[in-house]
Design a protein around this ligand. Structure first.
Ligand code: BGC
Length: 747
């Protein structure tokens, strides 16, 4: 007899599923009366966390809660041993014998750490992002984990927010493309494949708009903006079949996201048709009380349940209060059953009823050469060359290098935020990698600062001595891992500690200065960027960051990364993003006067009234989509297949892309549009598509995009999704500031 037939709940579950499709769920007698008691059903809604490192350390209270049917899933599983012991208790010692799901934050790799998500986004390479998520799923599932709380798809326009490092950046289109890739990677072809893990699109919704970039802060997002910018990645996740969605911590327009009836019930369940599991964030149901939205835990539980949440993470507000809420008639058994059904469905899809225990082989799955190669390739493609004066890079072969800085040999910090299962001994640092390619007489190293935060300059003299011995200085600094991530927002996003001072001292040696930044966010470099001859953004590049960086610096690989965020000059420019609506007084080069150029005693009016800062201007340091290569590329001959299209039609636009340099190049060709006049002020540019094209020296290719009506549609003031007839600009461009432009009309 197969397990499917033998399991008592499977019959119940089947009845339940059938019942659901005929609208008879509330009456499903087997579930309500025979199989699951009320307590057991409520237990499915509870996610607990475990801190035990071994089975022997599992607390007795947790074991008892599982035996009593009070736990449906468990977060922070450290090993198959712990997972299997907890599962054994659920499957053999609890009355209902419903398998637990084991979850963990596997955010950018399990043990083989890929670049942080923001770094991965800089690759603009969906295929690699998918492979990275797949590798993470293979590794994590071998350890008993079948559910990850990733991808984080919060749009972020403010890099003071520490969690921008976990995001795919500021753009809804790029984020949506990478969301789909990531969900596919984690979930594979089928969730029932034991190497697949359920993905979670998080945090629903608006969390990345935390006011002032301060984590857990309030968010105010007008509904059209919510629909046009913050929601599309979630729609993409739902369409890609994401198994679960996590509600956010933030208050959104006055209502905490974890109790947001409109966002969850109307939009996510109603408009997007999401019928998977919605899990709260850690304690976010309980926090409805701290928000001052619920007067007590009972009201918090009611609000979360009514808003559509299925599982409460860690806090026990629902478990404690649901019986009384049901007694009082506030929540019906049918409402509870619908939630239990979604959770059981997920367990069913994961194949947990058939195979509740982890049978993975970590030794064969973790840190495989294939995963390490992938991590190196992703790290390589995430590197963005931002500055390269006088072709400082690639480094000429045979030249000696002074490798300086607190992150040049920082095995832990190159891994970035959210690496619960990483081990720093696996990391290959920049120093390690340079040692492989340069002899002892060609490499001079000094850490110079004991950490990225250090203000102690006692080792500067030694670093300068090392610098003087070499042909070129490579400085590796930025932010340690712990300076970004959850709850690690910064009000000042310059290089921390004495790094700016050190960079100035190094420059005084007269040697070419290459700066490599590892950080969770763009760093405000306005005060020090002129000291740098070349600049590479490496994000937190992960386990194989060192070899990737050294290959790029040495010219054994070409830079392909492009910024997934607008890079500000100074922190005070934030929030900053390329797809902003047009001002009535837009600034441009011709009408901007810098305050140093104001005549003495100038009158207010004489200095211009444009949309800019008088000190820093109106431009970012580097625009969204920007990144240099070791070659040069020209864009020419933009063409449309017709000058106008119908509102429901499509149009082809193409341009000739030429490698005008001497090295091969992989160019990320970006398509932007602008709706010139509309019933809502539209962004000055919006990314709608992109293609990566590889060109040999002197080679040209025509790159063609198809613009569809869905690319031109937006949510208007009445929240209707419309294409408004009129004139549009279209650019085929290397970034959000430049490119070939033409126009078309929509009739
Ligand atoms: C974070 C989530 C995470 C959860 C579980 C929370 O603090 O906001 O992103 O998935 O913890 O670790």
């Amino acid at each position: 007899m197969s397990l499917f037939r033998a399991h008592p709940l499977r019959t119940t579950l089947t009845a339940l599923l059938l019942g659901a499709s005929t609208g008879a769920l509330a009456q499903a007698p087997a579930l309500t009366a025979d199989s699951l008691s009320l307590k057991q059903k409520i237990g499915q809604l509870q996610q607990m966390h475990v801190e035990a490192k071994t089975a022997a350390e599992i607390p007795e209270e947790l074991k008892a809660a599982i035996r009593n049917g009070q736990v449906g899933s468990i977060l922070n599983i450290p090993s198959p041993e712990v997972a299997n012991e907890l599962q054994r208790i659920a499957m053999t010692e609890s009355a209902a014998k419903i398998p637990l799901i084991f979850a963990r934050d596997v955010i950018h790799g399990y043990r083989t750490i890929m670049p942080t998500p923001l770094g991965q986004a800089a690759s603009w390479n969906a295929d690699l992002v998918e492979k990275g998520a797949r590798a993470a799923a293979v590794e994590a599932s071998s350890m008993g984990i079948r559910w990850t709380f990733a991808p984080m798809i919060d749009i972020s326009r403010d890099s003071r927010w520490g969690r921008i490092t976990e995001s795919f950046g500021e753009d809804p289109h790029l984020t949506s493309v990478l969301t789909v890739a990531s969900v596919r990677g984690y979930q594979g072809d089928s969730l029932s494949d034991p190497t697949s893990i359920a993905a979670t699109a998080k945090h629903f919704v608006g969390y990345g708009a935390a006011e002032g970039g301060r984590d857990y802060n309030v968010t105010y997002i007008p509904e059209p903006l919510l629909h046009n910018i913050y929601l599309p990645p979630f729609k993409a996740a739902v369409d890609a079949g994401v198994a679960t969605i996590m509600s956010a911590f933030n208050e959104l327009n006055g209502v905490p996201a974890s109790a947001h009836d409109y966002a969850i019930n109307t939009v996510l369940r109603g408009e997007f048709g999401f019928d998977g599991v919605i899990v709260s964030d850690w304690d976010s149901v309980l926090e409805l009380v701290a928000h001052g939205y619920a007067e007590d835990k009972k009201q918090a539980a009611l609000q979360a349940l009514k808003a559509g949440l299925d599982i409460e993470m860690v806090s026990t507000t629902i478990q404690e209060n649901l019986p009384a809420l049901m007694d009082g008639g506030k929540v019906t058994e049918a409402e509870l059953d619908a939630k239990v059904k979604r959770i059981l469905d997920l367990k069913h899809q994961l194949g947990l009823f058939e195979q509740p225990y982890s049978k993975g082989d970590p030794a064969k799955s973790i840190l495989t050469p294939e995963h390490k190669n992938l991590a190196e390739q992703l790290a390589l493609e995430s590197l963005v060359l931002l500055k390269n004066d006088k072709q400082t890079l690639p480094l000429a072969k045979g030249k000696s290098v002074a490798l300086i800085g607190p992150l040049a040999h920082a095995a832990h910090d190159q891994l970035g935020s959210w690496v619960l299962d990483a081990q720093k001994k696996d990391s290959v640092t920049v120093l390690d990698a340079f040692r492989q390619v340069l002899g002892q007489d060609k490499l001079f190293y000094s850490q110079a600062l004991y950490s990225s935060r250090s203000r102690d300059s006692k080792d500067f003299a030694q670093a300068i001595d090392q610098a003087k011995k070499a042909d070129v200085i490579v400085y590796v600094g930025g932010e340690e891992a712990v300076l970004s991530g959850e709850a690690h927002s910064r009000a000042d996003t310059r290089l921390p500690g004495a790094q700016e001072q050190l960079i100035r001292e190094l420059k005084k040696t007269g040697k070419p200065l290459v700066v490599v930044i590892m950080a969770g966010r763009p760093i405000a470099l306005n005060d020090v960027i002129d000291e740098m001859d070349a600049l590479v953004m490496a994000w937190h590049p992960g386990t194989m960051g060192g070899p990737a960086i050294v290959r790029l610096l040495q010219g054994d690989a070409d830079p392909v990364g492009r910024l997934p965020v607008t890079w500000p000059k100074v922190t005070g420019q934030m929030p900053i993003y390329y797809n902003h609506p047009s001002s009535g007084r837009p600034a441009s080069e011709g009408n901007f006067t810098q305050m140093d150029d104001f005549p003495l005693e100038a009158f207010q009016h004489s200095t211009g009234h444009k949309n800019h800062y008088i000190d820093i201007g109106f431009k970012p340091q580097f625009p969204f989509g920007f990144g240099l290569s070791y070659s040069s590329v020209s864009y020419s001959d933009i063409k449309l297949d017709k000058k106008s299209m119908r509102a429901d039609g499509e149009l082809k636009v193409s341009a000739k892309i030429t490698n005008t340099g001497k090295r091969p190049v992989t160019e990320t060709v970006q398509l932007y549009i602008r709706d010139l006049v509309a019933s809502s002020v539209r962004p000055v540019r919006e990314l709608k598509s992109f293609q990566r094209v590889t060109l040999k020296p002197k080679e040209s290719k025509r790159v063609t995009f198809t613009l569809r009506s869905s690319d031109l549609a937006f949510y208007n003031q009445k929240l209707e999704h419309v294409v408004e007839p009129g004139e549009f600009h279209v650019w085929i461009a290397p970034n959000a500031e430049l490119g070939m432009q033409t126009e078309f009309s929509v009739r």
